[in-house]
Design a protein around this ligand. Sequence first.
Ligand code: SF4
Length: 438
Amino acid sequence: MKTLPIQTPGRRPLSALPPLALYVHLPWCLRKCPYCDFNSHEAREEIPQRRYVDALVADLEAALPLVWGRRVHSVFLGGGTPSLFEPERIADLLDAIRARVPLAAEVEITMEANPGTFEAGRFRGFGEAGVNRLSIGVQSFDDARLAALGRVHGGGEARAAVRAALDLFARVNVDLMYALPGQDALAAARDVSIALDLGVRHLSAYQLTLEPNTVFHLRPPVLPDEAQAACIEEAVHGALAAGGLARYEVSAFAVPGEEARHNLNYWTFGDYLGIGAGAHGKLSLPDRLFRQVRHRQPRQYMESALSGDARASEEDIPAQRLPFEFMLNALRLEQGVPPAMFEERTGLGLSAIARALAEALDRGLLDPDPRVLRASELGYRFLNDLVELFLPEEDPPVAGTDVPPAIEQPRARRDASREGGDTVSGSPPGSRASGGRA
Ligand code: SF4
């Protein structure tokens, strides 16, 4: 495991630590989707569920000294396809988590599920295990679009899975992708309408993009061109707004009050401990902020976790990089964040970003209201341009940047906040700290 030294010029110790979340990565899928760049592995043989849960518990135990006494406000079981695990194993895992870390009274426990693994009994079992929010990777309700995406389920199964989830869980997210091969604006808006008619109150909508190291990158399908994709996006956003779901983040839409707390924590530069194969974490101590990454291959991960150290790397975030990392997340929020949050979460004064703020204002990319750090309408459209202003001078441009993991951030869209892997991690980078694909 490599550890890099921290540099903290001009940084004050944090006076209070940010809220803490827990991301758990379950890396297996029935089949690898051709567009997917997450850390997901086709389950060619039986998944070693008990051993993997043992490894997760060992991983959590080894990390406890870093989060001692801190309450966990949200747990996200992401993948991969976590719903491939038996409800009993999910119960074992959540019981073990509860026995080791204090959970907030209103803790949000989200699990990603795939309609291809849907059975009402299993969904009920996940609820009985303690999951209180289900995130379903639907992607489309249209059989032809699903076939083009190489999904293992059809539109009928997707509808049935969403209906069952809404019956059994108070909070449900549906992931949809748009600008799919052969799709037009009408068809994309129809997918949204079907979800809303079923009663969905939180929806994540991502544009399909071709990511390196995927089958689609090697053998690209014919996608709508840029103008068509823009038109499709407008139709999707219009259908969401007409259905009463407000956009609160670049790709996230909800009835007010239904926002994903786990993902909001990423976007407000909160802390998250990431356990599981390839999981990313970001943690704060008063005098250091650092990121961790777990070993990516399930076998190696299990061996190393059960031997007491699952980390593949741990790296302090240099002080000069904190403005970019903070803004990369915070500016994704439609409502932005209070300026004081920058100081609370990074330990830096606003003077550290005064020049970048001035330039962003000059270019009309930032809201001029001094009570908030928020992209203007123009800045929201050109978010990469805005976020790049906060890069330290010696850094390369945004592409490939870390973003927090797991966020309902399916495998589409590479934008300022996404990093790839199983997710966003700089949200993180790589394996995701929050969810979004399955
Ligand atoms: S898109 Fe979801 S179901 Fe498909 S391979 Fe990736 S993680 Fe698995």
